[in-house]
Design a protein around this ligand. Structure first.
Ligand SMILES: [Zn+2]
Length: 132
């Protein structure tokens, strides 16, 4: 028998996440049982196992948790960074900080989400928020 899950109908959390991004809306599932957000979107809360999830728009603010510069030849786009971003709401995700030299990204930097909708597969990048 094929492994199918008939319990959940409609688009999966992955699709809902992308649909939000297509509308320039950075949202993640929030658990109504424990109050925690999570990433990547799932149908069950990874913190408490709860099913009572709701989609909530995030502030888009985060902090660089770790960053690595990936060397790349200038003709192929130059160096870029891969960073782990801790969102203000708690979840941590792998992304990239743009709008600044790859090496200039530092742990603890405040960043703001930037939704890239250039292709059919929207994704999030981050840009630095200048210190006030
Ligand atoms: Zn939960």
């Amino acid at each position: 028998m094929a492994l199918t899950n008939k319990k959940f109908t409609g688009p999966g959390p992955d699709q809902v996440y992308k649909d939000h991004l297509k509308n320039n809306n950075f949202s993640l599932p929030k658990c109504l049982d424990c109050g925690e957000f999570h990433f990547f979107p799932r149908v069950v809360c990874p913190h408490c196992g709860g099913f009572n999830l709701t989609w909530e728009k995030l502030s888009g603010l985060g902090e660089v948790y770790s960053t690595t510069t990936i060397r790349r030849k200038a003709e192929r786009g130059g160096d870029y960074n891969v960073s782990l971003i801790t969102l203000a709401e708690g979840p941590r995700l792998m992304s990239r900080v743009e709008g600044v030299e790859a090496q200039a990204v530092s742990i603890g930097d405040t960043v703001q989400v930037l939704i890239n909708n250039d292709s059919d597969e929207p994704f999030v990048l981050f840009t630095p928020v200048s210190e006030v």
